[in-house]
Design a protein around this ligand. Sequence first.
Ligand code: CO
Length: 642
Amino acid sequence: MAMTERPAALADHPLAPLTLEEVREAVGIVREERDLGPRHRFAGLTLNEPPKEDVLAFEDGDAFEREAFAVILDGNDGSTYEAVISLTQGAVTSWTHVPNVQPPIVLEEFDECEAACKESPEFQEALRKRGIEDMDRVLVDPWSAGSYGDEEGRRLSRALTWVYVEDDHNAYAHPVDNLVTIVDLNEMEVVRVEDHGVVPIPLESGAYEPNGRPTRAGLKPLEITQPEGPSFEIDGHEIRWQKWSFRIGFTPREGLVLYTVGYDDGGRVRPVLYRASLSEMVVPYGDPRPGQWRKNAFDAGEYNVGALANSLELGCDCLGEIRYFDAVMVNGAGDPVQNKNAVCLHEEDAGLGWKHYDMRADTAEVRRSRRLVVSFIATVANYEYGFYWNFYQDGTIEFDGKLTGIVSTGAVGPDVKPTHGQLLNKDGLYGPIHQHFMNFRLDLDLDGRDNRIYEVHTEAVPPGDANPRGNAYLSKSTLLERESEAQHTVDAMSARHWRVESTETTNKVGEPCAYRLIPLSANVLPFFQPDSAVAGRAGFATRHFWATRFSQDERHAAGTYPNQNPGDGLPKYVEQDRPLEGEDVVVWYTLGAHHVVRLEDWPVMPVQHAGFKLEPVGFFDENPALDVPPPEGHCHHDARRA
Ligand code: CO
């Protein structure tokens, strides 16, 4: 088919996110061709990424096919379809029924589910028993139903309820415990109300807004100014900064995506990552009480965490010279939505970069470190998740997860101490113990696609001829030849990490050019039992490190459709046990944040960090930040002692 003059011609790169116009056009094409009506819901529409081969072979000015990918739920019969819509051809080129799956819960279903509950006489009665008559005071969150073998075939939520009290604007301070409302999200009607008995609703205020609260004194202005502007350059969705270059994208499922990350080494851009993004999350709660035990939200696959991204127009999420990127998506009805300022790009001073003071010559060389930060923040009902990728001048890439917002609450009644959580006030409000697991899919391409992976740890040499004085220890590397061997947990005591190296290039000592993946925060394993329902669904969380051979369609650690699914994803992918040596490998890291709730987490939680880093290890021949210029201005170059 001939290429036509469609908006596709405007995109300058195969990975450029769809524009608002392209999204509108794609929706128009599929609506018309498939005769979509008001009961069809869009559970995401995004760029259909071209095959990796095509992207890597692309050169400026080449023509390319422009496609959108949509997941569409037919509310008439609850069936799910995947559509590929060619903007180049102006046609739906693929329409596939995907049987027995549930797409993510979309934002409209939050409001509609709440309304359905409020209209239910059974729900109203359950609240009346708890002294709540006014439905305007009620907040319902559509918690995902999970898969327990007892609710097949319908699109369900096991919805949980909170109420607003006076003017604190924080319904999460007032949980209606022991009440679970099963809602059919296609029929949008209450199936059943499970009332496990009245627990008094905690009434103490959970206000976190200023509301006349006195603020502390003594903060003097701290100005961040960049009078000559930022050090980065932006060309569409391509970013260049301090030898780094990469592209960004944004999907409803994953949020921010980094593509084609490379580092300019002496005029040659060396590939590091082809694609990196969040692949899945799960938050399993540890409380067996009736209203709590099924809480284990998969925030990517069940809620489209990218579609829940904040517009960073409100507040001061970033400081300095900021450039924002909009995220273009669709709402449930399929109307294009432009989330203004969803992604923030800025650079920060990152403290000390490197230093040496020569005590004999009495001279010092000091360099500041600078980092480029690209980030977004998503609000999933009560919680906030900040996803920050930091690029450093020394070749390091860091993921810094920031967990904040309001903890998910329950109530035990006055004078009861919860067994599986922390009491937050004397009204019986508590925060159940839980864990957050994020999995990242990291398609590393170190100096090209052909890579290999080693597990690396440090061990002591047993006493004997090789260790006669008892001091000897060494770093030991083990080649991971197949997917079945590439499954590990972290081990801080042995400094375990993973090295991914090129099979093509070597450094100045003749060793392969490599990067290593290192935990940046404590990690943890899940505490659910291996035969529990959630274990089947969150199998990815039982290992911190996985590796697979590249496959374009293996993108999600808990499978493509985890909502109400008994289990899929990484544990299934690796059953193929493909060889890894000299292959295009993909590394998956599970980052666990353990959350034993504190009083200090209430009423809004101070940011907790969880992260990992990718750091060059013999990728360069020396410290790549050696050429960073000395600081200017108010710093004293001459560090002579007084
Ligand atoms: Co938490």
